[in-house]
Design a protein around this ligand. Sequence first.
Ligand SMILES: [Zn+2]
Length: 82
Amino acid sequence: MGADFSVILAVILCLCAIFGGVLGNQKNAGAIGVLLGLFLGPFGVIAAGLLDGRALCPHCQDRVSRHASICPHCRSALKLQA
Ligand SMILES: [Zn+2]
C-alpha cells in the first residue's frame, strides 16, 4: 500500500513538472516551471501559471518578450538582453 502510494505520487509529480514546464515556457520561465511542478506538485503548476519571466518595457512598464527588440505596446526600441 505504501509503495503504491509512492509510485502514484512520483507519477503525479512528474506530470506536474511537465505541466509546469509547459506553462512556464510560455512565459520564458520553463526551467522554473519544471522545478515548481516537481517540488510543489499541483500547487507548483498553479504558481507556474501565475509567474511571468518576461521583461518589463522601460517605457510603458508592460510585459515584453526577452527576445523582442521593439516593444509591441508602445513601439519603443528595447535593449536586447544577452
Ligand atoms: Zn513599451
